[in-house]
Design a protein. Structure first.
Length: 288
């Protein structure tokens, strides 16, 4: 009798419902209760965030008590941490921005809130990870194959920087942009793209890539995260061609996850991601 190869029907069903549940919950957290573009006004948004955090925290506790911690615990915990992170990010950022009196009519008014957001996201995720008993390597925040990650990341960053002006004109509503106009923006542009690349890589690849791999394997875990990451960019207002932008975003998301897996760290993915954000922000600054 031939031995069965591949996952059983039960395992396939488990992967299917878990994948759908993860995508649905992730989109609920990031789209409905987005820290950037929430769908509700302030009071209902705050109430919804608190209820969502409480619900996901309860699911995590139930999973822990049911003896399924090793199988579902990390994913339940990751979703709870994501909800908590975007909630604190949204609430704290609003009041910090109000306190500082920054305006999004100038480049500094984009960079300062983004750096503040980066600090909040990193602090919450790192603190929750350590309190759970996990090492920072569980979220790819360790040395890994640092040299390889930095080489690839810096090369990709350089490519993004070199091509940023024409791409900003093509996709991000900045025709006729010149280097002379861009140079004064650099003190605000670089902190913005590095902070955004770091916080988004940690919130997606760092927080979930290892947690999904026991169920889906390396490739399909990366694929699921790339789908979620791409979908949350649907409807953004800063591109002149939504579908072309999404068609580019999806393979980039796959590349960032693959790089994190192969280098066992986020450093290359952060730099790669930051480089690809440069033309977006050139388009944004050009239209202020």
């Amino acid at each position: 009798m031939m031995e069965q190869t591949g996952p059983s029907p039960r395992e396939r069903f488990e992967r299917l419902w878990l994948g759908l549940a993860f995508v649905a919950t992730g989109l609920l957290v990031i789209v409905v209760f987005s820290p950037w573009r929430p769908l509700m006004s302030r009071v209902p948004d705050y109430v919804g965030r608190v209820l969502l955090c409480a619900a996901l925290g309860t699911v995590w506790r139930v999973v822990r008590r049911s003896g399924l911690t090793r199988r579902y615990g990390p994913i339940a915990f990751g979703l709870f941490v994501l909800a908590l992170t975007v909630t604190l990010d949204r609430i704290i950022s609003i009041y910090v921005v109000d306190y500082l009196g920054v305006t999004d009519e100038v480049p500094s008014g984009w960079a300062i809130p983004k750096v503040n957001e980066f600090l909040i996201v990193f602090a919450v995720i790192i603190l929750c990870t350590r309190l759970s008993g996990e090492r920072l390597g569980a979220i790819y925040l360790h040395r890994g194959r640092l040299r390889l990650g930095l080489i690839i990341g810096l090369l990709a960053f350089a490519v993004g920087a070199v091509g940023a002006i024409p791409v900003a004109g093509l996709l991000f509503n900045a025709p006729g942009l010149t280097l002379a106009r861009v140079i004064p923006w650099l003190p605000w542009l670089l902190p913005y793209v590095l902070a955004n690349g770091a916080l988004e890589e940690l919130m997606f690849r760092g927080l979930f890539l290892r947690k999904l791999q026991p169920f889906f394997g390396s490739f399909h875990s990366n694929l699921v995260l790339a789908v979620v990451f791409t979908l949350l960019h649907h409807g953004v207002s800063y591109t002149s061609d939504q579908y072309l932008f999404l068609a580019i975003t999806f393979p980039l998301a796959l590349a960032w996850g693959y790089l994190a897996q192969k280098t066992d760290g986020l450093w290359g993915s952060i730099l790669f991601h930051a480089g690809m954000d440069i033309p977006i922000m050139l388009g944004t600054f050009a239209n202020l």
